[in-house]
Design a binder for this molecule. Structure first.
Ligand code: FMN
Length: 445
């Protein structure tokens, strides 16, 4: 492990890091003994989540999204509907509006697919939510990972990954121009000349791309942040290049500290190659900590999840939907063959651990599908592991998620009232917000 404080001439300040929360606008832990919550569809549970993590000074809440009911597992939607996995799933954009209204500092990030939205509509929606939240909106840029979603939009399937990213580069260039189409001082509200907007400060963009065209200008007032914060999760080499070019914050799931370091170094190299300051990109690693009052209580909690009826099927169905692979025919007690996907290849490699010789059952139990680090224990123990990891890797923070997408108030409290105070005690996460807008908070340290 590297030393936490390296330069003896510098003040002995521990390195602070960022926190995000990854959630889905889907089913909660409805049948967990400690998870009883109302149906999530009115947004009440997510309002509780947002208020709780704002109290804990998180940078942002990210709501993931997808646009079909998966059928990867067994070639059918049955396992997904029965278990409430990735379906039903409601539209996160209106949820973002109410979450923004109920909070004042927390960033609200919503997943919007470049496959689904015409660029003008996306820019208009994002600008509107950035205003409603007073500069706290973030766009999680995704290009789509499911062929079924593409078919819901009248397309035969997803384009290959490289082409998806080429198209997305053009798409983001277009929406950037739309966000810029209003100069910062275009709204003058000048009673003397009876002028609301100075028309000379609002410009068409005349965008003629290979895949997208748009006349512009945008018909919303310039965003409080200029443009929303951009979040991205490129895992493949092409995806990392895309993320390094556009993102303010990158979310990633990799294996262990070595994987975290390699990923971060690689993305930062890409950023420099594209003329960006790598410190302007905050990389948050996905984790699903399990904290308890004692080490034994936390371990017992983990075992309860792993040994719950139907766990293996649910885990494989969920993960299969991310990578569009049907794991149902594979023998649980054999290693997997080499697998490839047009969906999330990085996540697939992380899960399969090629060459490790581990059986599918072991891979599922290790939870290699979501958490970048194994974090089970008391708040102080887990906080220490997180701090050591950041010291080893160099930055920048963590994206916390509920193990297996099963949100409960009990789990939220274990993080916001257990883990985060432990992180704050050792000076690793903020105890108060210093800024009003999302990108400013990301750039604070
Ligand atoms: C933490 C995390 C969250 C993600 N959330 C979404 C999502 O909400 N919707 C989606 O379509 N893809 C999501 N993805 C997939 C990414 O957008 C991307 O496709 C994936 O990381 C694989 O990278 P690649 O496309 O470069 O292979 C997520 C990935 C990660 C690691």
């Amino acid at each position: 492990m590297r030393r936490r404080w390296c330069n003896p001439t510098e003040p002995l300040l521990p390195k602070q890091f960022h926190l995000g929360w990854f959630a889905t606008f889907g089913q909660s832990a409805w049948n967990d003994p400690l998870g009883a919550a109302p149906e999530p569809w009115t947004g009440e549970l997510h309002l509780d989540l947002a208020r709780s993590i704002e109290r804990a000074c998180f940078d942002y809440l990210l709501i993931e999204d997808s646009l079909s009911i998966p059928s990867a597992f067994g070639g059918s939607t049955a396992a997904y509907l029965k278990n409430g996995l990735m379906a039903p799933k409601h539209d996160p954009a209106p949820l973002a509006a109410i979450l923004g209204a109920a909070t004042s500092r927390l960033g609200i990030v919503v997943t919007l697919s470049t496959m689904a939205y015409p660029p003008f509509m996306l820019a208009r929606l994002a600008s509107t939510i950035d205003h409603l939240s007073r500069g706290r909106f973030g766009w999680n840029i995704v290009t789509g990972t499911e062929d079924a979603a593409a078919r819901n939009f009248g397309k035969p399937g997803l384009p290959p990954r490289e082409l998806r990213y080429d198209m997305a580069d053009e798409y983001v260039d277009l929406v950037n121009k739309l966000f810029e189409s209003w100069e910062p001082d275009a709204v003058v509200r000048d009673a003397a000349s009876d002028t609301y907007v100075d028309a000379s400060k609002v410009h068409p963009i005349h965008f003629e791309g290979r895949w997208f065209q748009c006349e512009g200008p945008l018909n919303t007032v310039r965003c409080p942040q200029g443009r929303p914060a951009y979040i991205q999760a490129g895992g493949s080499p092409r995806g990392r290049r895309f993320a390094a070019r556009h993102a303010d914050s990158i979310i990633a799931t990799v294996n262990g500290i070595e994987g975290m370091r390699r990923y971060r170094d690689d993305v930062r190299r890409h950023a420099v190659a594209q003329g960006r300051d790598p410190d302007s990109i905050k990389i948050l690693f996905l984790i699903a900590p399990i904290v308890g009052e004692t080490m034994a209580a936390a371990q017992e909690q983990q075992q309860r999840v792993l040994n719950s009826p139907g766990f293996t099927e649910r885990a494989l169905a969920l993960f299969g939907s991310f990578v569009e692979i049907d794991f149902s025919p594979y023998d649980l007690d054999q290693p997997l063959p080499h697998l490839t996907t047009n969906a999330e290849q990085g996540a697939l490699d992380k899960f399969c651990q090629p060459g490790s010789g581990k059986t599918l059952r072991q891979l599922v139990r290790e939870g290699g599908m979501s958490s970048s680090l194994e974090l089970v224990g008391t708040p102080d123990h887990v906080a220490g592991l997180m701090a050591d990891a950041i010291d080893d890797v160099g930055g920048d923070g963590f994206l916390i998620t509920t193990p297996y997408h099963r949100l409960s108030r009990h789990y939220i409290a274990s993080i916001t009232d257990g883990l985060v105070p432990a992180l704050q005690r050792i000076g690793r996460t903020r105890t108060a917000y210093r800024h009003a807008m999302l990108r400013e908070n990301l750039l604070e340290f």
